[in-house]
Ligand binder design. Sequence first.
Ligand code: XMP
Ligand code: MG
Length: 213
Amino acid sequence: MVWPKSQTQVGNHVHPLLRPHDLRLTVFSTFAFTTHCKKIILSMIMKLLLSEKRIQQRVGFLARRISRDFLGREILMVGVLKGAFIFMADLVRKLKIPVRLDFVRLASYGDGTCSSGKIQFTKDLECSLRGKDVLIVEDIIDTGVTLQYLYRCLKARRPGSLAVVTLLDKPSRRKVSFQADYIGFQIPDHFVVGYGLDCAEEYRNLRGIYIVK
Ligand code: XMP
Ligand code: MG
């Protein structure tokens, strides 16, 4: 008895790429090559500033301090989109106290590494702050202009208390005096990306924080 040949073998004119096993290998090696190239290109334009491990250790430290300082209370965390989203996601999961979340979005930077100098609310809170313990979660304080503006806006809504946690702080860049209550790392004057921070919307998903050379 003659068994029918499979679709890919009909007429003996099968392109090697159509064989399922080879196809998997080809896709895998193309992926590995592309990933390798991406790594080389990234290392040429970026320098590691804070590794994933250091960031996670520090986020754990901040979470312990915040949990201790707000023991027995519930906090409303206000994340500043988009940059703070990864930091906030890691921080809330390490907290030992009840927490509620809301978000604002403020536009203060253009598409590149240059500030436009203007601040705009492009997304406001969805809940009232009145009487609540509110903690603003920011990715980075640079000139301080954005947070000073946000702090004043939120304070006017009469929260029970208002504090700020920032993952990064660039004190040498301050134009207005602003001090966060909880600071992850003080860093020198470099434009950084990764762990939520972007350059023209790229690199937010890097696990570490990198200086753009
Ligand atoms: P200001 O100057 O108002 O700016 O304190 C705060 C906002 O500016 C953005 N920013 C950065 N974003 N890498 C970034 O990806 C940086 O080095 C950087 N410095 C400032 C950021 O959105 C922050 O909330
Ligand atoms: Mg920000």
